[in-house]
Design a protein. Sequence first.
Length: 97
Amino acid sequence: MLARLAERLAGLGGEISVEGHTDSRPIATSRFPSNWELSTGRASAVVRVLASAGVARERLRAIGYADTRPLAANDAAEGRAANRRAELVLRRPARQG
């Protein structure tokens, strides 16, 4: 899915922010000591796929929000699943002249 999306994004101008999110359950592994690293890792993984599929690297940025911007309540499995996500935010290119 990301490769197909990258084809369309490569033809557009402007910056692309990939925002990683987690649910509120704490994580503490050697790879991801907290939800901050997990959310940033999630965003970075998407950025790597987009870049390898042809989106210019200078247009991409990875941002991790951990559990600070939930879409749903974290008290049920469905809500936690909705909160574990990556979102793409497209910014129009600056107008010239």
